[in-house]
Design a protein around this ligand. Structure first.
Ligand SMILES: *Cc1c(COP(=O)(O)O)cnc(C)c1O
Length: 396
């Protein structure tokens, strides 16, 4: 056995989260794509069967009340809250991340007021945020300026209405400094909107502690909610009364069943709702979140950094020098929970890795991306992935 394989055994034996693997449906594949679609928690199929057969099949309309369907968006939001450092009553679940980016950004511009005519958007953002920001700017008559996150402090001015940033860069895995960037945005009198898609469930976020105004995130990556599971919207408590949604659907009305012709917004997190919630996906997510019951985000972060450190070390030992270039920040405070490696034939290499049971993903044009989900990835998996990668890179 190689030195690294022995080390992996030791690290797995000392891993406090190792038992969590039993909460997931896993096989012999090394799954390093949980940052795109989290693995299936073992309790989800049974829960979904109950929701379909009993709650829908037998109780039918009664389930909106008796099975807690109507209040699911706020209830599940409260379940996500501790994972992102938020007190209860500030998160609502529903719609996609893209839709929530729209709600949050337009609401942020409205909060900032008429005097401010510019929106800053993360120039390295996942594309959907950029597209939606462009439309939001056009609709609200503001100018959109793409800025790299580290250049935001210098770009802020009394013109800035809102700033939309990704907490972790989806390509490189770079973690941006949420506390200091949020403070800089506030210093300029603007509103901070964060996209947590690649951080929630992987590392501490501290929304309340750092005074974030609005945040959105998806639940099918590190939160394992399933394909297309609904996203969430955080509105800081102190802003909720002034949160003016651009999508004021009937389920966000103060009296949804009053069927009024004029709109009066609900108070609190439900103000972020739009239409009828997608109950099947939402209740699958609720079951998936139970795996977090006895887990702290700090323990997840500690293991995540150990996994990415170990992978980077194993890649450098197993891979011919210069064959790949790591885009992943070496400093822990700049690193999310993934490793990105650049090489010209990344698309071909990833195809061969997947054929050999190591699943990561390929990001156009030349990036190999490996996500590390501490609840179900172990150090032995990491050693095997790096070894197979090294073999494939040496072969071509
Ligand atoms: C995955 C991801 C999204 C996805 O948006 P959807 O509306 O769920 O498709 C948005 N933003 C970021 C930063 C992401 O990583």
């Amino acid at each position: 056995m190689s030195e690294l394989a022995l080390l992996a055994e030791k690290l797995d034996a000392a891993d406090e989260l190792a038992d969590k693997r039993a909460d997931f449906v896993l096989d012999e594949v090394v799954y390093l794509d949980g940052n795109s679609l989290g693995a299936l928690p073992a309790n989800v199929p049974g829960r979904v069967a109950d929701v379909v057969h009993r709650q829908w099949g037998e109780l039918r309309i009664r389930s909106w009340d008796e099975s807690g369907w109507w209040t699911a968006p706020e209830r599940i939001g409260d379940r996500i809250a501790p994972l992102v450092g938020a007190a209860v009553g500030q998160i609502v679940v529903g719609d996609s991340t893209s839709v929530n980016v729209f709600k949050a950004l337009v609401a942020a511009v409205r909060l900032a007021g008429d005097g401010r005519d510019e929106i800053l958007v993360d120039a390295t953002t996942f594309p959907t945020d950029g597209y939606i920001a462009e439309s939001a700017a056009r609709m609200t008559g503001r100018t959109l300026r793409p800025v790299r996150p580290e250049e935001v402090p210098g770009a802020l001015s009394e013109r800035t209405a809102a700033v939309l940033l990704n907490h972790v860069d989806y390509r490189t895995g770079r973690l941006h400094d949420l506390p200091s960037l949020t403070a800089a945005v506030h210093e300029a009198g603007a509103v901070a909107v964060w996209d947590l898609c690649h951080s929630a469930g992987a590392l501490p976020v501290g929304l309340d502690e750092h005074g974030v105004d609005l945040a959105v995130g998806c639940t099918y990556k590190y939160l394992n909610g399933g394909p297309g599971s609904p996203a969430y919207l955080y509105v800081r408590q102190g802003l909720q009364d002034r949160f003016d949604s651009p999508l004021p659907g009937w389920t966000s009305h103060a009296e949804p069943f009053g069927m009024h012709t004029t709109y009066t917004p609900a108070s609190g997190a439900p103000r972020g709702r739009v239409g009828t919630p997608d109950i099947l996906s939402m209740l699958a997510l609720e079951a998936a979140l139970e795996v977090w019951d006895d887990v702290t985000v700090d323990a997840v972060r500690t293991k995540s950094l150990a996994l990415t450190d170990f992978f980077l070390r194993a890649v450098s030992e197993y891979t011919p020098a210069g064959r790949v270039e790591s885009l992943t920040p070496t400093r822990h405070e700049h690193r999310g929970s993934q490793v990105a490696l650049r090489c010209d034939d990344a698309g071909e290499v990833m195809k061969r890795l997947i054929e050999r049971g190591v699943v990561g993903d390929f990001r156009h044009p030349d990036v190999l991306r490996f996500g590390f989900t501490p609840l179900y990835v172990g150090f032995g998996d990491v050693e095997r992935a790096a070894r197979v990668l090294g073999e494939e890179l040496a072969a071509t």
